[in-house]
Ligand binder design. Structure first.
Ligand code: GRA
Length: 383
């Protein structure tokens, strides 16, 4: 195993770090409080190639791969977790198109996603179907050259601002998950209602409901065949989960850095608070959990770059990274005390953002189910 990053990977990581520190950091805390969606920065990230790392040059990407995507995401999330979501919203649909789309679909829709010229999204979750994807109710009924979609999606990142994206719906509910179909839909057509929703964190990343009422999607926008949707969705989630895992690594690093810096500057009872063993215990655990998670996430990305099965490794990486972020943010708040709780400083933002990683793209419990069932021999994760 080679633990060194190549020169290309170091260059792309440094570019992302510089962009995050120079362009995102100055307003991060303020913007997040004001729910300020930074369309300008989202566009710029596209121009810098942050969405195209996993997309071949033919479709406007750099083809650098999944490890590059992870490194970029980590750097963005270390400064501002909410801004990392943009990478997923552009990359997720682009990758699904790359894997399941026709040549025409790829050429038409991938480059604008990669450039950040359109704002993407993927619509899976519904009020009664979160962890249980197959429990969704949205339907797509064929009508000549169109499908007519009806249903309600919730907690959809970018819902208030997206131009369109992946939508999953049942074309034949009787077939259960084998009757689900995937579409790449343009939301400027009539029949799409949006409702923004408030959340605890990640305020710069707008989220909301999408309601489809007799929303007509051309049959030419279908990905694969009728009934391929669940497969497309599980495949897509495996890729986008890696982005969430990388985001969690970034938050874990940010919280740890804040805790260390405060330990070295704050004095109480006549000494730096880093001298107290209870704080050292927290710092040691933050370091270990974060580093372990990083190696696991990089392994999953490396496997993806080798085109080897990696669902299990991605779930292991995502679970570990989410828990490392939550641990680090919680620990940083303990160490910073009132300064951590204060909205003047970014640590409370890390805390709010860290919690999201235990929920999104398969909760920590869903990852544990995937991991345990594989270990027990009930259901193979890599299929
Ligand atoms: O044998 P078959 O033909 O019936 O196929 C089965 C299986 O082989 C069928 O699906 C196939 N399958 C897969 N195929 C390829 C299952 N997993 C995979 C796979 N990874 N690759 C049914 O399989 P099953 O295991 O019986 O399915 P299930 O029990 O209904 O569901 C499985 C599972 C719980 C893992 C799934 O529903 C799941 O992943 N749930 C979590 C939902 C999730 O992650 N939602 C994410 C929402 S989007 C989001 O959070 C956006 C965040 C954005 C951001 O912050 O960046």
């Amino acid at each position: 195993m080679d633990f060194e990053l190549s020169e290309d990977l170091i260059a792309v990581r440094d570019l992302a770090r510089e962009f995050a520190e120079k362009e995102i950091a100055p307003t991060a805390t303020k913007d997040d409080r004001e729910h300020n969606f930074r369309g300008d920065l989202v566009r710029k990230m596209g121009e810098l190639g942050f969405y195209g790392a996993v997309i071949p040059e033919t479709y406007g990407g750099s083809g650098l791969g999944f490890l590059a995507m992870v490194l970029i995401t980590e750097e963005i999330a270390r400064v501002h977790s909410a801004m990392r979501v943009a990478i997923n919203m552009q990359m997720g649909p682009a990758l699904a198109l790359l894997q399941f789309g026709t040549e025409e679909q790829k050429r038409k829709w991938i480059p604008p996603l990669v450039q950040g010229e359109v704002i993407g999204c993927f619509a899976i979750t519904e009020p009664d179907a979160g962890s249980d994807v197959a429990g969704m109710r949205t339907t797509a009924v064929r009508d000549g050259d169109f499908y007519v979609l009806n249903g309600n999606k919730i907690w959809i990142s970018n819902a208030p601002v997206t131009n369109g994206g992946l939508v999953y719906a049942y074309t034949d509910r009787a077939q259960k998950h084998r009757g689900m179909t995937a579409f790449y839909a343009d939301f400027s057509e009539p029949g799409v209602m949006r409702k923004p929703l408030e959340t605890m964190g990640a305020h710069c990343s707008p989220i909301g409901e999408l309601t489809f009422e007799n929303f007509r999607v051309p049959a030419a926008n279908r990905l694969g065949k009728d009934g391929d949707g669940f497969k497309v969705c599980m495949w897509q989630l495996n890729q986008t989960r890696l982005n969430c895992a990388a985001g969690a690594l970034g938050v874990a690093a940010a919280a740890k850095e804040a805790a260390i810096s405060y330990c070295n500057q704050r004095a109480q009872f006549g000494q730096k608070i880093g001298e107290f063993q209870m704080n050292q215990d927290l710092i040691a655990q933050m370091v270990v959990h974060e580093e372990a998670a990083r190696l696991l996430v990089y392994r999953a990305a490396w496997l993806a770059d080798q085109k080897k099965p990696n669902n299990l490794e991605t779930s292991i990486g995502k679970y570990t990274a989410a828990e490392a972020a939550a641990f680090a943010a919680d620990g940083a708040l303990k160490i910073l005390g009132a300064y951590g709780y204060s909205t003047e400083f970014p640590v409370e933002r890390y805390y709010r953002d860290a919690k999201s990683y235990q929920i999104v793209e398969g909760s920590s419990n869903i990852q544990k189910i995937i991991i345990a069932q594989d270990a027990l021999g009930y259901r193979q994760a890599n299929r």
